[in-house]
Design a protein. Structure first.
Length: 429
């Protein structure tokens, strides 16, 4: 099981290495360049390529039109069938250029579901939409399968539990905005290993109290990434300064170990002449799920100089929450947690940047197990090397220096998770 965790984490990290942001032809705003192995989805399940653990990119050619609401691009991908006790996490995000069709008030969206051989849905479905007026809402969907025992759950749970069944990911591009233009989509797949529920500690059932971030001092200038896969890393206990334009979205990440809680504060700078009307702040976990924090309020206006928004995870990250529901289950996953800041696109005026600061503070005791992590990393390195040799021409392959940096980050991530498992086994052994 430990080797599965290591290999999955490394595979995603290698494929999610930073891409080069390129400006839109119509705007100085940097647009996200899709990252991952190139793949061509099938129009029918039998023609679908297989997804494995990692990050992929495809292109959805068309959306819905006013004449026919059923002609959006539908694409299928073959999924690995989860073994007993495993869960799959699949996310898909349209990489939308907000500067195309600038006068449109239409929206663009994405829907996703897992289906079986007969086309029947065998897991939950998700739909998301965005538009120029709601640029902080991503066309992003995340599906997480149930944890199944085939001999017990078949046939009640359909194709995921069927020992002979084949699950497929079905995604469809929807909406009329940019309906005649191809739009890239990023796909990522993670496999969560089976667990022994007897080693789980007691899960929390209530939110922690709010924590005020009171860091002071000079801010360090940073530039946020253009997507989750290019997010800029922010260090604990530090303050950072950045700026944003209307229709722009910037991404940051903070590594949160088991036992830690992420708290951050966003402060409005002196931006009364900014082009964006304000900013909106969002938080995502490593599986790209949101709804993780205590407060619903997450917006700041340019006129309110020195106003701020503080966000706290509802509770500390803990694998004890893995069998919980809602946002508590979403906080069971240690790893990179993402901060997304969007420039309010309504009533833009010129190209003056809106300035803000981000202060990051982690509370709680992080677990660490460097020696154990280095042992499982050696196995992960070997498996990743085999995968890189078979990568397609569209896959990013790191050089020696980049690989070393990536492996260091993965070892830290694995360390916290590893010690938690070991402590639980000793406690219940």
């Amino acid at each position: 099981m430990y080797r599965s965790i290591a290999a999955s984490t490394l595979a995603l990290t290698l494929l999610a290495a930073p891409a080069v942001a390129q400006p839109s032809p119509e705007s100085p705003i940097a647009q996200h360049v899709p990252v991952g192995q190139g793949i061509d989805g099938g129009e029918r399940p039998e023609a679908a390529p297989e997804l494995s653990v990692g990050l992929f990119q495809d292109v959805l050619e068309r959306g819905e039109s006013a004449q026919n609401s059923k002609d959006g691009t539908v694409t299928y991908y073959r999924l690995p069938r989860p073994a007993a006790g495993e869960r799959l996490s699949i996310s898909a995000q349209l990489i939308v250029d907000p500067m195309r069709e600038p006068s449109s008030n239409r929206s663009i969206g994405l829907s996703a579901e897992i289906v079986g051989d007969t086309g029947n849905r065998c897991s939950g479905s998700e739909t998301a939409r965005t538009s120029r007026n709601d640029i902080d809402r991503l066309a992003l969907v995340t599906l997480i399968t149930e944890r199944l025992e085939p001999e017990r759950d078949w046939p009640r749970s359909g194709c995921l539990a069927d020992p002979q069944g084949q699950p497929w990911l079905r995604i469809e591009r929807t909406g009329e905005w940019q309906d005649d233009q191809p739009v890239p989509v990023e796909l990522r797949l993670l496999r969560e290993p089976a667990i022994d529920p007897t080693i789980l500690g007691e899960a929390v059932t209530e939110d922690m109290t709010p924590h005020a971030v009171q860091l002071t001092g000079e801010a360090t200038d940073v530039s946020g990434g253009t997507g989750f896969s290019t997010a800029t890393a922010l260090a604990d206990g530090s303050i950072f300064a950045d700026s944003i334009l209307p229709f722009e979205t910037k991404y940051y990440k903070v590594h949160v170990a088991a036992g830690q809680r992420l708290n951050y504060r966003v402060v409005m700078g002196d931006s009364r002449e900014a082009s964006a009307r304000g900013v909106t702040v969002s938080t995502y976990n490593p599986l790209l799920e949101d709804d993780l924090t205590l407060y619903a309020e997450r917006s700041l206006r340019r006129e309110d100089v020195s106003s701020f928004v503080t966000q706290n995870l509802a509770t500390a990250v803990s694998p004890d929450l893995v069998e919980s529901h809602g946002r508590y289950r979403s906080l069971s996953v240690p790893g990179d947690y993402y901060l997304m800041i969007s420039g309010d696109a309504r009533d833009p005026r010129g190209l003056n940047p809106l300035k803000y600061e981000i202060a990051v503070e982690l509370t709680g005791q992080a677990l660490n197990a460097t020696e154990w992590a280095s042992q499982v990393q050696a196995s992960a390195d070997s498996e990743a090397g085999i995968g890189a040799q078979n990568a397609s021409a569209d896959t990013w392959v790191p050089d020696a220096g980049q690989l070393g940096a990536l492996l260091g980050g993965v070892a830290v991530a694995l360390g916290g998770y590893a010690l938690w498992w070991l402590l639980r086994r000793r406690r219940h052994g």
